[in-house]
Write a protein that binds this ligand. Sequence first.
Ligand code: C2E
Ligand code: CA
Ligand code: CA
Length: 524
Amino acid sequence: MPLLAPRGTRDARLRAALAAAGLRDAIIAPLGESGTLLAADRLGDVDTFDAHDLAVLASLANHAVVALSNGRLADRLRNQAAEREHEALHDALTGLSNRRAFHDAVAGSLAGRGRLAVLLLDLDRFKEINDTLGHDSGDLVLQEVGRRLQATLPADAPVARLGGDEFAFALPGAGAEAALRAAAEVRAALAAPYTLRGLPLQVDGSIGIAVAPGDGQDPEVLLQRADVAMYAAKRARTGAEVYAADRDQYSPGRLALVAELREAIATGALILHYQPKAALADGRVVGVEALVRWYHPMRGPIPPDEFVPVAEHTGLMRPLTLHVLETAIRQGAAWHAAGLDLGVAVNLSARGLADPALVDDVVRLLGAHGLPPASLTLEITESDILDEPERAIAVLDQLARLGIHRSVDDFGTGYSSLSYLNRLPVDEIKIDKSFVQAMRSSRSGGAIVTTVADLGRRLGKRVVAEGVEDAETWDALRDLGCDIAQGYFLSPPLPAEQLTAWLRAWTGRPAPDLLAVSESSHRP
Ligand code: C2E
Ligand code: CA
Ligand code: CA
């Protein structure tokens, strides 16, 4: 009801109300549920509000009520629409995007940039959690997984729960390498201890990776292929797999090989042979290179060139690298203890180099076995360094500060520029054996070795020639100013015990009769 309170009103309640508000006069009209509209202290000395003013105010108030409720309706509709849209694009349990939103985000990113990795995560043994602890516990686990995913991944990475215990995320701009690293980080984040209602829980997952544009340019195709790869990772229990178009990748034979390789690493069935490196000037043995060997019980010897790449692509590189590092460092320490001052070189693959735990692992193993850092050399191939030079340089710098030697392996095959070599924090260059062996037959082979030897000298880096098979090459390398030689002319890679015996017999000069020794006669 509109209310008129003119100046000098005789209504005692109105006078009291005006006085309390400090007003001379007022008219008031209700605004529906929104409140009231009040006009007060009419201008002029004698005029005050009358019934006409009240009617105007009441009419104004009515218009205002309509306008306000229309506005509120629009707000309400807007909120509802937003809610519905959120529901349509999000997973209610975790608040992550749903499959549709994930599609849209991937499609948008593909249109913009092109390269993008899609990763599909499926929890391992989630059904057991649900069955034994109940669905609400399962829900809590899924929410925690969602939180950990978001905390681990970059802010611009679309993250979605596709349903059940299946999650997907995308890494705009990432290739297979970066995706595998992210997969490892996610799996590590999931593996961090988690207590559910007082019960410690271990959550693990398998991740499949598909990379656009190579594996497809459509979100659905990429998800399907990531699913194929995820399934392979699950079956092979490798943690993460990159989709491979050739179906061989997932053939039973290959999967069996992966399983057997895992077993071989775990049981110590992979062994190391050691090949000596000697100073060209006087034949003194300065160190050995550790080379991994796998004698498969059924398939016979499998060359490292075949199984190391398998390890690289199936999440087995870290256990393989750790096994090789530990074995080589332990053996190096044993030689030291026996009074043999031998450096030990270990090959690192791209994945090994990219492992964020590598430096800590190396430090820990050196400490555990008491081998001085200066007795260890890590060899990294030139092409692996060129894959991700900034990261490689950072790791090499860290190793350098620790006093660990760094060698660039297979030099000449990666086509790095010579000025680039100057920036690399390595203290050794290993000329690839193809150039060393071409010295005898082709002029260009000789020219490359000459150039690298010259460059190494100028940059103050030790130059090693690998694949030296005869005396002529040995002499030519020495005359060119190379520092160290490695190859069958000196000795093939040998098991540790045989290498120790070889060293004892070694007179400081390659003995032709030792050429009869071949690696194959030393299989276990
Ligand atoms: P690499 O680092 O270039 O190793 C040298 C290779 O040349 C070895 O082959 C060695 O046996 C061979 N070799 C030695 N002397 C001669 C010679 O006089 N003539 C010829 N023709 N070859 C010679 P291997 O053992 O088959 O290793 C092949 C590659 O596998 C290695 O190349 C290395 O890149 C990789 N590899 C070996 N062990 C490991 C390991 O423990 N970890 C990793 N990540 N890679 C490894
Ligand atoms: Ca090597
Ligand atoms: Ca090499």
